[in-house]
Design a protein around this ligand. Sequence first.
Ligand SMILES: Nc1ncnc2c1ncn2[C@@H]1O[C@H](COP(=O)(O)OP(=O)(O)OP(=O)(O)O)[C@@H](O)[C@H]1O
Ligand SMILES: [Mg+2]
Length: 512
Amino acid sequence: MANIAGIDLGTTFSELAILNTIGKPEIVPNTDGERMTPSVIFFDEDNPELIRVGVEAVNSRYLNAQRAVRWIKRHIGDTKYSKTIDGKNWTPVELSSLILKKLKQDCSAQCGEILDAVISVPAHFDEVRRKATMDAGALAGLNVIGIVNEPVAAALYYATTRDVSGKVLVYDLGGGTFDVTIMNVKGRQMDIICSQGDHELGGIDFDREILKMLEKSYKEKFKSELINSEEERAKYEDEAEDIKKTLSRRPVAKKMLYGPAGSMKVEITREMFEKSAAPLMARIDMLLEAALDEANLKTSEIDKVLLAGGSTRIALVQNRLEKMFGFPLEATVNVDECVALGAALHAGLTMLREKPQAVSAGISSGLRDINLTDVCNHSYGTICAPIDKETGKRIVENRIILKKNTPLPCEATGTFYTVSKGQAALEITITQGEDSDPKYVNKIATHKFKLPPDRPAKCPIKVTYRYDVNQRMHCKFEDVQSGTALEVDFCLDQNGQVSQQKTNQMELLKVE
Ligand SMILES: Nc1ncnc2c1ncn2[C@@H]1O[C@H](COP(=O)(O)OP(=O)(O)OP(=O)(O)O)[C@@H](O)[C@H]1O
Ligand SMILES: [Mg+2]
């Protein structure tokens, strides 16, 4: 039987776990023996068919930064972003698929083929980013059976391996994203209450603050720029990260800076770092408060805080949490791996539900009794033009159809009416957000829906949004009289699917 896998496709590092014969998730190291693969890609200069992913790509950046890509997760779902290498424009989906391909290939070489996989995403990823992540998996030759939210995956792993119960808060601060999820855990039953997050707030933002300090110190001393090329920037980005990690262990970190006007030694103290990181911490605090508000809980009502993501090693993060919740944090062993391990468990549960015949008896018995109820992470609606009761005039409004934090799977329907006589088409907008003012919600898709000719005004249009347990939304707009319907898939490709031709092209690429 092929392996069942969970993949944590991280902004800075990615991991892959498979379920062993008794249904326990295990990390599969890459062929260099590392359990975490840097999410960095480098296009070889001498052999255009060779693409390096991982540590070698990190090091190659110092020699030629133009041919390197990192932090691609920050661009996934962005149709305007591409990286041009030797005349070819690489999309974020294609670039992400190279990282997934490396993970899949290295696992296959050691543990046998993987086919079915669940990939984790930040809880606050929108539909387009979720679909783009699935497309990247398909391009890498994976059958993506589901998507799981990263903090949910982490909680799934912790709750099945440790004594966790009551109201649990998962605090996930990774390289590029922050998520907080609150859940209720009772034995192997886990019910998600709510999530909050920011997919542009993570370790690399803390590194940038340190890098700014290094550049400032150099400029003050030499009246000259420390960094004069992309390659030097790559090197000092990594130096800044190293300083940050040292400060998690010690109060001071020291480094030599070798700039064009001379070299100097700098000392960055924890105090300096914490001052520069204050705005980032304030954003994190706001999201934490928002999650507690949404769950209608006080900090004193949280029984346990679980940590996920490498950036939770930052001393300021840990001290702040202990102060906020009033109890010492449990020593967390597996902040780097818990998401991939939980994603593998999620993949096993999905397979048991959807393709039980492909799951071995050992795995099914290992996953017995684990029960997870997730919720939908945003409110979804559509823009409509009702008549204002007070003024009698038409207004433009966002009407919520599916409410945030509804347990999955869920489905909700709303009926809307055409505005004018002979209306030939509807402009459909799918929104994500809480506000009734369209200015303050995210418009995640727009489509034209053609209507039959010569009809009176006020013909009903039924709108159904469905959110499945695999964290994907499906929308249907139905003209009730004619029965014609428009079904919306959130996709970047015109035809909605990753084409076989594209998959074949990616298959031919050599990734090391
Ligand atoms: N000792 C440490 N002190 C501070 N930060 C650390 C330490 N160890 C790792 N980190 C940071 O953790 C981040 C990587 O964590 P992780 O692998 O969880 O993120 P990711 O999965 O790549 O990102 P994301 O989940 O946000 O997409 C990096 O920014 C790294 O610098
Ligand atoms: Mg992560």
